[in-house]
Design a protein around this ligand. Structure first.
Ligand code: SF4
Ligand code: SF4
Ligand code: SF4
Length: 579
């Protein structure tokens, strides 16, 4: 794009031609996070027109304020972003919203990350509390809880569910402040095809949407002297948790996790990297069996529960293609309550298995049928990274001060292949590292499969492996997965392996991850920085292939036998239902 010069608040700046005023200002302020033009409804890639009334600017020659998210820049334009006229207009809008919004900020899930709260402070808006008789009941029938009293009618949730996920579980009816955002079915989100991905929660600027909180259940279990409480932490959590504690975006806090969890009172602290490696052992074996004629191709990954449910809802004819492997979360619980419990002499009924996940859909997954490999639920309580952060804050554990210690043995041992599960393309890369070495019998000269890395919604690659050209595809975001599957159904693609992650970018951008303000999403590559944490963690790992994890080798040698064995199937595999 060619450059033009515009004058903003008396300063001449060079910006790309063709941008809106908002885009132009954020382009030059990339590293400064200058909030001189605020937004409330705008979210890059989701809803790029902000009709809230706060995203305004004064342009010389225009009688009225213009919408900065729509109005395009031109050579010589003179713009004011902080004029009294702009400020007065924003204050009027914010005062109006504040009067209608339930400002019970103390009990809200978004303190410090609420975009409305941020602007109310900045523009010094105070107003009385919402009248109690105007409040409507909170809808907590599903994992995704809706508090309409906090909704500011931005429409971001509806847009992301429809355009990003292709699900359309929620709709907006009515105009302006009469708008009601609600599930498409009167029977709630469960009946509306919602897959619990939580992308609407991530898109919401306020506390109107959140995942059902299970932190009290975890504290209760820890306090129960008759319970043995174990915890597993998913790979993507180490790439994001620091954001809740003022670490820079893109900080790896893996080494702080074990002692933080011990300080919270967990009896054993483990790493889901271990069961990500286990998943690869089973999935690579399943792929090789199918390649040898014992099952349908393409094999589709099954570690994302939102994707699994979406496939059950929208593509039931392809369920036979889904890998029968449980997700790493569930494999972990099944292994902990069988192999580990027997090894340690702990009654499986006394174990409470807690998972810390980047994900809201994992709360749904633990309730699925056929997730009780050891005869008791694989996982008892799933909490998100945000809930984990709340627990740490409530217990006043200092994440910044805890000593670096390892996770407990042996279920705390994982490889670099396991850690990249948290990013789009990571499961594929981890599977290829193992499948290629198993198929060829040779050591891979290079472990990185760069074609499947990156934040593109759909990635394709092919590899010559032991005389076969293996074609792979990776999709993140369910709308992208739908597009890919339509090609498969139409016979226009002959992939061998498909990886799907529901959240754009994978679990690093999961529905349970820490919130960031819309301006941060706009100006900082949050997904890229979180993904870089996992790739660096992998590169620095002493072991980078799942089949070389010594704890996994011992598990097969002493307990499971071999990948795909009867015992492995009983504990680690599952079935699906057309919905
Ligand atoms: S959780 Fe996902 S599928 Fe459900 S309403 Fe939100 S965006 Fe839509
Ligand atoms: S629920 Fe949140 S994202 Fe949806 S319209 Fe209301 S404020 Fe916007
Ligand atoms: S991509 Fe990851 S975080 Fe998102 S729904 Fe799937 S498993 Fe959960």
């Amino acid at each position: 794009m060619s450059k033009i010069t515009i004058n903003v608040d008396t300063l001449d700046i060079q910006v790309s031609d063709g941008l809106t005023i908002l885009e132009a200002i954020r382009e030059v302020n990339y590293d400064q996070l200058d909030m001189s033009i605020p937004t409330l409804y705008y979210l890059k890639g989701v809803k790029e027109v902000d009709e809230s009334g706060v995203c305004v600017a004064e342009v010389e020659g225009e009688a009225e304020l213009v919408n900065a998210s729509v109005y395009k820049v031109y050579e010589g334009m003179k713009v004011q972003t902080k004029s009294p006229k702009c400020t007065e207009a924003r204050k009027a809008v914010l005062a109006d919203i504040a009067a209608k919004h339930d400002k019970d900020c103390i009990n809200c899930h978004r303190p410090g990350t609420c975009e409305l709260q941020e602007l109310l402070h900045k523009y010094e808006i105070s107003s009385s509390k919402m009248d109690a008789d105007k409040k409507v009941a909170i809808d907590d029938r599903a994992i995704i809880v809706r508090d309409h009293n906090k909704c500011i009618r931005c429409g971001r949730c509806v847009a992301v569910c429809k355009n990003g996920q292709g699900v359309e579980a929620i709709k907006a009816t009515g105009e302006g402040w009469d708008m009601v955002v609600e599930p498409v079915s009167a029977d709630g989100l469960i009946a509306s095809g919602c897959v619990n991905c939580g992308q609407c929660i991530i898109a919401c600027p306020v506390g109107a949407l959140y995942a059902k909180d299970a932190t009290a259940q975890v504290f209760d279990a820890i306090a129960d002297p008759n319970k043995y409480v174990m915890v597993e932490v998913a790979p993507a959590v180490r790439a994001s948790l620091g954001e809740e504690f003022d670490f820079n975006i893109g900080t790896d806090v893996e080494k702080r996790l074990p002692e933080t969890l011990r300080a919270l009172g967990f009896d054993k602290v483990f790493d889901t990297k271990f069961s990500a490696d286990l998943t690869i052992m089973e999935e690579a074996n399943e792929f090789i069996e199918r390649l040898n004629g014992n099952g349908p191709l393409p094999i589709m990954t099954s570690c994302c529960p939102a994707w699994v449910k979406h496939c059950e809802d929208k593509h039931p004819e392809l369920l036979a293609n889904m890998s029968s492997c449980k997700s790493p979360q569930q494999m972990f619980g099944a292994t902990a309550k069988s192999y580990y419990a027997e090894k340690m002499g702990i009654a499986k009924e006394d174990i409470v298995m807690v998972s810390v996940m980047p994900c809201s859909a994992k709360k749904f997954e633990i309730t699925r049928d056929d997730q009780d490999g050891a005869g008791v639920p694989d996982v008892d309580i799933a909490i998100t990274a945000r809930e984990f952060a709340r627990m740490i804050k409530e217990a006043e554990v200092k994440l910044t001060a805890v000593p670096f210690e390892p996770f407990d043995d042996p279920l705390g041992i994982g490889t670099g292949a396991g850690v990249i599960f948290g990013v789009t393309g990571g499961v594929m890369e981890a599977a290829l590292r193992t499948a290629v070495e198993k198929l060829t019998g040779e050591t891979l000269p290079k472990l990185e499969f760069c074609d499947v890395r990156g934040m593109e919604g759909i990635k394709e690659a092919s590899y010559d492996i032991a005389g076969t050209t293996v074609k792979v595809a990776v999709a993140s975001g369910l709308a992208n997965a739908d597009a890919l599957l339509e090609k498969v159904k139409a016979g226009e693609a002959d992939y061998h392996i498909i990886e799907v992650m529901s959240c754009p970018g994978g679990c690093i951008n999961g529905g349970g991850q820490p919130h960031q303000l819309a301006a941060t999403w706009d100006m900082v590559d949050v997904r890229g920085k979180r993904a870089a944490v996992l790739y660096k963690n992998d590169a620095n790992s002493p072991i980078r292939k799942s089949h070389e994890n010594p704890a996994i080798i011992e598990l097969y040698d002493t307990y499971l036998g071999a990948p795909g064995s009867e015992k492995a199937h009983q504990l680690l595999h599952t079935t699906y239902v057309a919905r």
